[in-house]
Design a binder for this molecule. Sequence first.
Ligand SMILES: *Cc1c(COP(=O)(O)O)cnc(C)c1O
Length: 355
Amino acid sequence: MIDTSDIKIKRTSNSRLQETDFSDLPFGKIFSDHMFIADYEDGEWKNFQIVPYGDLTFSPAISALHYGQAFFEGLKAYKQENGDVVMFRPYKNAERFNKSAERMCMPSLPEDLFVQSIAALVEVDKDWIPTAPQTSLYIRPFMFATDEYLGVQPSTTYKFMVLACPVGAYFSKPLKVKIETKYSRSSEGGFGFAKAAGNYAGSLYPAQQALKEGFDQIIWTDGRDHSYIEELGAANVMFIIDGKLVTPSTRDTILKGITRDTILTLANKWGIPVDERRVSVAEILEGLKNGQVAEAFGVGTAATITSIASIGYEGELYELPDPATAGFSSRALKTLNEIRYGQAPDEFEWNYKID
Ligand SMILES: *Cc1c(COP(=O)(O)O)cnc(C)c1O
C-alpha cells in the first residue's frame, strides 16, 4: 500500500503566481505552478511526484497518441470563507476513474491513492485557488498509455497525472441547442460511459456543424435511431416537466455525472418527484409545444448548471420559458454553491476537507 509520504515534492523556484491575473481566468488555459505524475511499470504504480508544471518528453510511438488509450476526470476544489480548502465528492471521481480504466484496458488506481495524490497537489498549490465568488480550482486527473510500440494492444506502461487550473465564475447565456439526428457520441456496447479521450475527439465534428447552423451545443440522442435523449454536449441533461425532474437514466451510452447525482439528491430531499427513465425526443417536442416543459438545463462539473433557451429539431425551433424565471435550476445552483463555499450545511458530506 502506498501512502502520501511516498510522494516526492520538488517545488518550483519560479512561481508564476504573482504574474497571474486572477480577475481574468479563462477555463483551462492557466495552470498552477505544479503537477502530479506517477508511472505504471511492471504491474505497479511507482515514482509518485509533484514537480513544477512543464513539458514532458516521450517517444513519438507511444500508444496514447496512435490508438487513444487515454482518459480523464474533472473535479473542483474550493476555498471556503473560513479558509478551509475542500474538494467536492472526490471519491465519486475515483470510482468513475477506475470504471473508465477498466473499459480502456488500463490499470486501476486505489481510490485513496487517487484522492490523496490530488489532495497533495492542491495542498502544494493552495495559493492558486481563487477566492472571488463562484471561482474554483479545476482539477484534471488523467491517464495515458506510454508503450513505445505500434501494435494495437493494451500498453504495459502508463502515466497518471494531475493538473490544476484556477477558473473563474462560469457565465453562459442560456443556450440554443440542437437535437442531433445524424451523428452519435456513443453507442450501445461502446464506451460513452467512460471519460475516454476518443469520445471527445469524435464529438468535435458534429459540434462544429451545429455551430455553423447557429447552435451553441448539441443534445445527443441514442445511436440506434436518434429517438431518445441522452446528454447535452459534455454534460448530463435534465428537464422540469409538469413539476417533475426528468432525466435520462444512465446506461453504457451515457456518462454518469456526479453533478447529476448531486442534483437528483437535492431534488429528492426537497420532495420534488424525480423521474429517471428513457426520455423520448417525441415527448420533449410535445411538451415544448404544449408548454409542459418548464425548464431544460445541462449539469456538469465545469459549468455546473447551464440553462437551455431554445431547442432546434429538424428545422423547427422551440422556445423554452425565460430561464430567468426557472425555479428549480436556479434553486439547485444556489444551494450547490452555498454547500461548496461552506455557507450552507453539508448534510450529505460532499465536501472533502484537505488539511
Ligand atoms: C464529465 C461529463 C459529464 C458530467 O459529469 P460530472 O461528474 O458532473 O462532471 C457528463 N457527460 C459527459 C459526456 C462528460 O464527459
